[in-house]
Design a protein around this ligand. Sequence first.
Ligand code: IVH
Length: 679
Amino acid sequence: MPSEIEKKIESLREQIREHDYKYYVLTEPTISDEEYDKLVKDLEKLEAEHPELITPDSPTQRVGKDLTKDFKPVKHKIPMLSLANTYNEEELYDFDRRIKEALPEGEKVEYIVEFKIDGASVSLNYVNGLLKTAATRGDGIVGEEITNNVRTIRTIPLRLKKANNLPYKLNDIEVRGEIFMNIKDFERLNEEREKNGEKLFANPRNSAAGTLKLQDPQVVAKRPLNNFMYMLISPGDELRSQQENLELLKKLGFKVNDNYRKCAGMDEVIKVCEEFEAMRDSLEYEIDGAVIKVNSIKQQNILGSIAKSPRWAVAFKFKAKQAFTTIKEIVWQVGRTGSVTPVAELEPVFLAGSTISRATLHNIDEIKRKDIREGDKVVIEKGGDVIPKIVAVVLSERNKESKPVEPPDVCPVCASPLFNPPDEVALYCENPECPAQIKRRFEHFSSRTAMDIEGLGEALIDLLVEKGLLKTYADIYHLKEKRDELINIERLGEKSVDNLLNAIEESKKKPFDKVLFALGIRYVGEGVAKKLAEHFRSIDELMKASEEELMEVYEIGESIAKSVKLFFGKKENLEIIKLLEKAGLNFKLEKPKESTPGDNFFSGKTFVLTGKLNNFTREDAKDKITALGGIITSSVSKNTDYVVAGEKAGSKLVKAKKLGVNVIDENELIKLFNNPSKE
Ligand code: IVH
């Protein structure tokens, strides 16, 4: 029997939950702030007197004090797929046709059209009504656990709302949706960050995704994260339709976007897509398209999915947003590899969630092809998260006196002569000591996707390089010995120096693949670094690898292999690596090789894909094989277990036959995917 105190506590919690729901989700509060605060104070008081009665779903327990050191990997029970994209009516009619073909003849199909919210997707698991875990999408198979951060979002229930007369058990459910930031909130956050000298977020989506990965839930709690949920999975129930699921999610206390429409056919869907596109600019948040889903869950199950995306849903992507502006100046920028690229400095203009003041022009050929000149009025475009580009020049408004752009002969920063490699349009400054290159390398090293050293941004790097405090990456890890000197630098207070030094210490925990990416080896981007790290597992093994061995890694081609060899062939690079190792950075993968998901046909076997596949993209097939524990390599050798030969397979197939390697076709591969446990 619950005691009087327990009853009182539970009643207060119920009242607070209900008012939270009305205030945050419905935005229709029914009591004053004072009345609400009183309820919270009463609850806090009782909980302080009876700490043994505190439960994790209490509204007082949203914001934890503990920092999340590492975001633990969580394997999604059901992979979080992505959507195939469509861009026009024809592609939508194709989608409709494919669905009709896959369903029993004559069956009617209803569609639900929803906003495609531009945020970060999240998966929430509720067991017996309580929020257990929250995870990011990750690669769709394994995400990262962000429960403590998600708990701080007041519009996400810690306990499902009690709903009467539901025909479902819902005892172990997964709710998926999008976490995002309203455009105004994103701008306010960036203004504040600018004032504090912090790095700005590029767009609302990045600011939401970045916030979800903060270590301190108290900071997350202060950020204005918003969300809409759009998917309910309940393996213990026979759910009926997407429309019913959306309504169910609302009843359970979630925020669901009300702008969804049920359509009887593709003609209607297309009208709704147009209607949504017209609404785009008047919304408080960003949408980048519409999502079209087959309404019936039974039909969804018949349709199933191929590799990375379901057959029962598709995204309709809106046209990239465009704006007019003027080119103030064309400047030449020196990158970390010495590449000298033209950049257009623009009259600032607001476009798709952020103010744009620069656009890349790629190279002189691009400038000539589009005949872009200083002073021109231009159309700029931003599609997805790419850097804005100049689409066209408004020639009718060109100043008669303007002249075509001429590329520079010398580096705009260090004045050394520029080099134009044969077969390339790019220009390079070959002076490794060029201050611009050095600064760009440090910026890359400390950037969010590399070592993620908060506080070590462009301005501070410029200053520290000029003061001679930073010459090589290893110097970053010796800054702590120069704390006093740093504090004395104008505009660097004690607190910001300590924050910086902490961030530097924290960066030592970054895994090997991030360190490898941070080193700035030409052609070794984030993805390549990950592949190399996973394959070789330590810098020593990577350094030992021959060009051929490097090329055995799936998707590593000759230019990457050559560039890696060149990098490790230089004494100065080896010295820096030694110093960084001494400083405590990770130069090996800590975890043992990911254990495979049970022993199955694919576990530990080596596959080579060749020829054209009809049911998957190469990337999809590769992901599936790797997820099942197989290994992908690019070239056929006697160590290859299977060659998957698609249409028009050429030399690799010939080689496989010559070496006596097993060859399977796409249909056999699909059978194995469907039943991987069988030999
Ligand atoms: S459904 C298998 N509905 O778009 C179904 N996704 O590439 C996949 N998204 O990763 C999700 N709004 O992050 C769905 N109303 C909506 C959505 C939506 C945004 C995102 C989601 C997903 C990506 C699809």
